[in-house]
Structures are given as C-alpha cells and as structure tokens.
Design a protein around this ligand. Structure first.
Ligand code: SAH
Length: 281
C-alpha cells in the first residue's frame, strides 16, 4: 500500500470552522506496506479523513485533547464517556517512540501489525459503548498495543472484566508494559484487566460470556467460538473480508439469535495464524 498525499479542503481547528488545504492520505491497494491498515475506508478516502498536524507535538494533554476534539467535531465521537476515556488513556504511551501519536492514522508496531487509527478506535468504542458499562465484560481479540483494551478497562471499571488476546508474544509483552505506564495500570494490577498470548479466533473461554467483543483484525468468516462466547444481549464488532472488508456489528438477541449489520468499509490486517502473519501479507 502506498499513501498519496492529496490537498483537499477540510475543516478543523479550535472550535472554529475554516476551509484550508489539508494533507489527506489516499489508500492505494497495489502496494504491500502495513502502514495504512486498520482504518475506515469511507472516512479515509473522503474529506472526513484528516491529519491533526497541530497536535503532533509530544505526548502532553494538548495532543490528546486535540485528537479527541477533532474526532468529536467530525462526528466520530458523540459519547461523553468515549471522549473521556480516549482523552484519559494517552495514545502517546502506546505508539512506538518517534511516531505521531495524535495524528489520525494507523502506525506500524512491528510483526506486520499496526495500532489502529484513532478514528477506528473511536468508532469501535462508540459501537460498543452500551456494552461497556461498569461491571460488564469485554474481550479484545488482536489486542496489539493494548490501547483499546485499556479503554475498555476504564469503561467497565474494577467490577468489570476485560481480556485482551494477541498471538504475538512480543506484542502482548509490549501491551502489558504500555498499560503499566498508563492510567489503566491499576486494573491490570488488581486483575480486572488481563492480556494473554493465544489464537484469538478461539476467543478466551475463561471469562466468557462477554457483553462486548471487539476483533482488531479482519476475519474471512466469523469465528464460531466468538459467537458462542458472546452473551445474549451482547454485541461483537468485527471486520470481515479479505481484500474488500466491512466492519460488521453482530448483536446476539436474548433468545440466542443473531442480527448483523454493516457499519462501514475498512482495511485491517488479517486475523490469521502467527506463521502467516510473520511470513508477510
Ligand atoms: N487493535 C490493536 C492491534 C490491531 S493490529 C491496536 O490498535 O493496537 C491486529 C492485531 O491482531 C495484531 O496485533 C495481530 O498480531 C493480531 N492478530 C492477528 N491474527 C490473530 C489471531 N489469530 N489471534 C490473535 N491475534 C491476532
């Protein structure tokens, strides 16, 4: 994949609207880098995908706040709780040193994986918000850096339970270190948040059933164990597809039946075996 830098009029900045040329990246499917995976293609290819150049400096509160303000302004975040957790959990602690933490773009984290773009994290938090109230249970499959897993922990609180699963041991180690530096550290220490090495296609039976399941990598079909581990009344958000992918929202009704709707087009890294992932795309 290759990013083309475009000039496109868009709106932004500090509560006032103005038209200014902004740098947009357009997805080009012919290339193979993972740099621009884990994003919403609708936003990415349209005027809503934006760079937040003014907030790139450092990991201070202005960066986090600016990122969240822009996501609110563009209508990605509408919930106060989602805004609060994304501002509380510093994305700067989860991206590799030297990366732009608050720019609305995925960032490579090694092992052919990326931390999702902020708008994608925000979209998934919005979709799952109702299933992330204090005391609820959430599973994050393909937890990568642990950023979204940490957001879940802040939302369900110490009475809830959050499990992150990734099949790359080095990423799980890194995610634990990231969380330890963050405001979500106490949940890790007290045991309401845990991160595990495993094949996320099998879910994590130990703490099932889950009110919320998020899958951070694109599956070719919905893994049955994840459907089984979803609580009646629960919701799963999962990118489905190989080349063309759609973010699916799966609601399990109280009688166990399933309702599925498509949220948007996306581009994620594949939910696959460790060998295939490390062998390249
Ligand atoms: N949501 C995370 C990471 C997204 S990248 C973040 O934003 O930081 C997708 C992640 O899925 C990668 O970390 C990759 O290692 C993981 N993954 C892919 N297939 C998997 C599988 N079968 N089981 C567990 N994790 C998997």
């Amino acid at each position: 994949m290759r990013a083309q830098v475009l000039l496109c009029p868009t709106i932004t900045a500090y509560g006032r609207l103005y038209c200014a040329p902004r740098r947009l990246h357009r997805y080009n499917s012919s290339s193979s880098s993972s740099q621009f995976l884990n994003l919403n293609l609708s936003r990415f290819s349209g005027a809503l995908f934006f760079h937040m150049e003014q907030f790139q400096s450092g990991t201070g509160s202005s960066g986090k706040r600016g990122m969240v303000e822009n996501l609110k302004r563009y209508g990605v975040i509408s919930s106060k709780r989602v805004a609060q957790v994304m501002e509380a959990l510093d994305r700067g602690l989860f991206v590799p040193v030297g990366s732009s933490a608050y720019v609305d773009t995925p960032v490579p984290i090694g092992y052919n994986a990326t931390i999702s773009a902020p708008h994608m994290h925000a979209t998934c938090l919005q979709l799952l918000e109702d299933k992330l109230h204090p005391g609820m249970r959430a599973l994050d499959v393909g937890s990568g850096t642990g950023y979204l897993t940490g957001c879940f922990a802040l939302m369900v609180g110490a009475e809830g339970r959050v499990v992150g699963v990734d099949h790359i041991p080095e990423l799980v180690d890194m995610s634990i270190k990231n969380i330890e530096k963050s405001v979500a550290a106490s949940f890790l220490n007290k045991g309401s948040l845990s991160l595990h090495v495993g094949d996320g296609r099998k879910g994590w039976q130990e703490f099932a059933p889950y009110d919320a399941i998020h899958v951070g990598a694109a599956a070719s079909e919905i893994p049955q164990p994840l459907l089984d581990q979803l609580k009646p009344g629960g919701r799963m958000v999962i990118p489905l597809g190989t080349y063309f992918q759609e973010l699916k929202v799966i609601d399990k009704n109280e009688d166990g039946s399933i309702k599925v709707h498509t949220e948007t087009s996306v581009r994620y890294v594949p939910l696959t075996s460790r060998v295939e992932q490390l062998g390249g795309f």
